[in-house]
Write a protein that binds this ligand. Structure first.
Ligand code: SF4
Length: 459
């Protein structure tokens, strides 16, 4: 399997890449398949079945709304986030749904959108199936999809790792492991970002890759800005107050504090991360990087690089995102970026590792130092569980992004103090993360059945 950097960053909608972005894509894909088969107009009823983690925490993660929007033909990239509440309200009050935005059918959410909380589908804990029925009640089409993290959706056939279709793309510098990056660095003298940029030429011309990554940065920056100014309480019933606007006001009106306390920069980093995740929790426009739950870490560390280290030019920003994506790909290929599969180490841990490696290169690190930084970023997130209170991507998720961003900066700085020599390789830490995730009780894998989710009352 070859991945592009643009698979790691998608401009989408909160609050969850696996529980919102993925299910919306799946609903949309099902409707497209119906249309391709000429069955859209014959469909009078659609059933959506959610299983495993999607059923257990789907309500809190907006999976129900995402499925409805996907069936209406919306995509995470293009949906008008401001229009979503009215659109959902219309479907629910009228009990009507426009499949693919054009074929209207009756849709009764209680009967047609079903949460199977005690059942799981075989290939992944985020399973779902869609069934289209004709006028006689017979099945016109059924499809099973899995939302495997980061907004990726696979069907029943491609869900098994060993059945992934071989990619015919020929990359100039293919890599699957951290060791490959180290070898390529030695053989070619190229940086991680340069290796990755050259590989992207297998997908599109370099200018297009650069333009797409700057668009990603622009979306990240806009998300931080919105998060710094949106006041109020987050949706979902936990009554979590947004903290970013208050911290932003305090930091902006008291610049002298930064002179007295050099660690004030950490408050800014925490602010940038939390601003993104508060936007995410409210269903706003965010960049999946590599997931929504962990979407604040890379923007926060990139803001730190831009604001504190003068990294505000297009080439340096592009290279930061390329290096981070290269590291994310290695996790995606060899382990997982899904909280439902390996716990929060696969979300916040991976984002921390990606940001650490990217910052290390941006600050002048060699390929071995970058590999070291990425390894440190994960090593100290190993075993991190996923236990969101109330199934909402709020507590501990928002604050955890601030912690992950600060840890990434620390990891990069530590790696830059060494020469890249270290005991635990990135590949070893990724293998450890994968096996730790496999051993982890399902209570701690985005089911809200363990940890903080059961030890803290919801109100
Ligand atoms: S605890 Fe981590 S993995 Fe779980 S929803 Fe929150 S950010 Fe995602």
């Amino acid at each position: 399997m070859s991945l592009s950097v643009l698979d790691l960053y998608t401009i989408g909608i909160g609050p969850s890449s696996s529980h919102t972005v993925g299910p919306m894509r799946a609903g949309n894909r099902f409707v497209m398949r119906l249309a391709e088969a000429g069955l859209l107009e014959q469909t009078v009823r659609v059933e959506a079945h959610l299983y495993g983690s999607l059923a257990l925490t789907g309500k809190g993660h907006g999976t129900d709304k995402a499925v409805l929007l996907g069936l209406e033909g919306e995509t995470p990239e293009a949906v008008d986030v401001d229009a979503v509440p009215a659109k959902i309200e219309a479907i629910r009050t009228q009990n009507r749904l426009r499949l693919g935005g054009r074929h209207e059918i009756a849709f009764h959410e209680k009967e047609d959108l079903l949460f199977h909380r005690t059942e799981s589908l075989p290939e992944h804990s985020n399973g779902m199936s869609f069934i289209a029925r004709g006028a006689d009640g017979g099945e016109l089409m059924k499809r099973v999809y899995y939302s495997i993290g980061g907004g990726f959706v696979v069907n029943e056939q491609t869900a098994k790792r060993d059945e992934l279709k071989p990619d015919a793309r020929v990359l100039p510098h293919p890599f699957r492991h951290g060791d490959d990056l180290l070898r390529l660095g030695r053989e070619t003298g190229l940086s991680v970002s340069e290796i990755t940029l050259r590989n992207e030429s297998a997908w599109r011309p370099e200018a297009e890759t650069r333009a797409a990554l700057l668009k990603v940065w622009k979306a990240m920056h806009a998300c931080v800005e919105r998060g710094c100014h949106h006041e109020g309480t987050l949706p979902g019933g936990l009554k979590v107050e947004r903290r970013a606007p208050k911290i932003f006001r305090e930091l902006s009106t008291n610049p002298e504090a930064g002179l007295r306390d050099p660690l004030t920069v950490l408050d800014w980093v925490s602010l940038w991360a939390m601003a993104v995740n508060e936007e995410n929790a409210s269903g706003g426009r965010v960049v999946t990087a590599p997931t929504n739950g962990a979407a604040g870490i890379i923007p926060a560390v990139l803001h730190y690089f831009v604001r504190v280290h003068g990294g505000a030019d297009d080439d340096r920003i592009t290279r930061f995102l390329l290096t981070a994506a290269a590291i994310g790909m290695i996790y995606k290929i060899n382990a997982s970026i899904s909280g439902a599969e390996v716990g929060c180490q696969g979300e916040v841990g991976v984002a921390c590792s990606m940001a650490a490696g990217a910052l290390c290169e941006a600050l002048g690190g060699t390929v071995p130092q970058v590999e070291n930084a990425a390894e440190i970023g994960m090593e100290h997130n190993l075993g991190l569980t996923c236990d969101p209170i109330g199934g909402l991507v709020q507590v501990p998720c928002i604050e955890r992004n601030a912690m992950g961003a600060v840890k990434a900066i620390n990891a990069a700085r530590l790696a830059l103090r060494g020469d890249g020599t270290h005991r635990v390789s990135l590949d070893k830490v990724i293998a450890t993360m994968r096996t730790t995730g496999a051993d982890m009780s399902t209570k701690y894998k985005e089911t809200s059945r363990g940890g903080l989710a059961v030890n803290v009352t919801e109100c």
